[in-house]
Design a protein around this ligand. Sequence first.
Ligand code: PEP
Length: 230
Amino acid sequence: MILAANFKTNHTRKSTLEYLETLDGFSNTCSEDSFYIFPPATALESSSAHITIGAQNAYPIESGSCTGEIGVAQLNEFSIKTVLIGHSERRHVLGESLDLIKKKYDFFKEQGFTIFFCIGEPLEVKEQGVDAVMAYIADQIEGIDLSYENLIVAYEPVWAIGTGKSATNEDIAQIHSKIKKICDKPLLYGGSVKEANFKDIVAIDGVDGVLVGTASWDVADYISMIKSAK
Ligand code: PEP
C-alpha cells in the first residue's frame, strides 16, 4: 500500500525532522507499505531507507529567475526525485492552469521524477453525475502521458479535501474502477481520509493507497490510523 502524507503549509523544519524520526521507527515494521512525505519547501530533507521525501510543488526549471519558486537545483540538494503535480489547492486556490500543470508534468517526467498526479472534480461537477465527473477528469488528463513508468495517480475530489467529508466507499469504488480502465498506474484516494474511514477505504478494490492531508499532520494519530487497518 502507498501511504502519502501532504503537510501542506504545516510543520517547520524542526518538527518535520522529529516527525520523520518517529515515523521512520514505525515504517520499518511495515515492509509491504511505501511511505511518502511531502513537507513544505523549507523542510525538505533527504529520503531515508523507508520514507521517500517529495516536493509539494516545484517549477519546471533547473534554476533561474522565478521568484518564490524552487526548481531542480534546489531539489537536487536533497536528492529529491518525487513531486506532487496538480493538487487541487494549486489548481483552484493558486490558479494553476491545465497548461502549466502539463508543462510541469512533461518537465519532471523528462527528469525521471516519480510524479504524484492529482485529479478530481469540484462539487458542482459531482452534482451533475458520474459522466460529468469522468468528463472533467478527461480534461485534466488530456495530454498527460499516462504510460509514464514513474506515475502515481491520486483521485482527490475537491469537495472532499480538507472538509472532513470523504467520498462514500461506493463513489470511490465507482470512480476508481473507471479511472483504472484508462490508466493502469497505482491509484490513490485522497480527501478527508482519517482513522474512522481509513480501513474501509484502503480495502476498496482499485485503491492502491491514500494521499492524506489533515490526518497525517500529527505523527501519533497518523501511525494509529495506519495501524487500524493492520
Ligand atoms: C490533500 O491535501 O491531498 C488531502 C487529501 O487533504 P485532506 O486529507 O485534509 O482532505
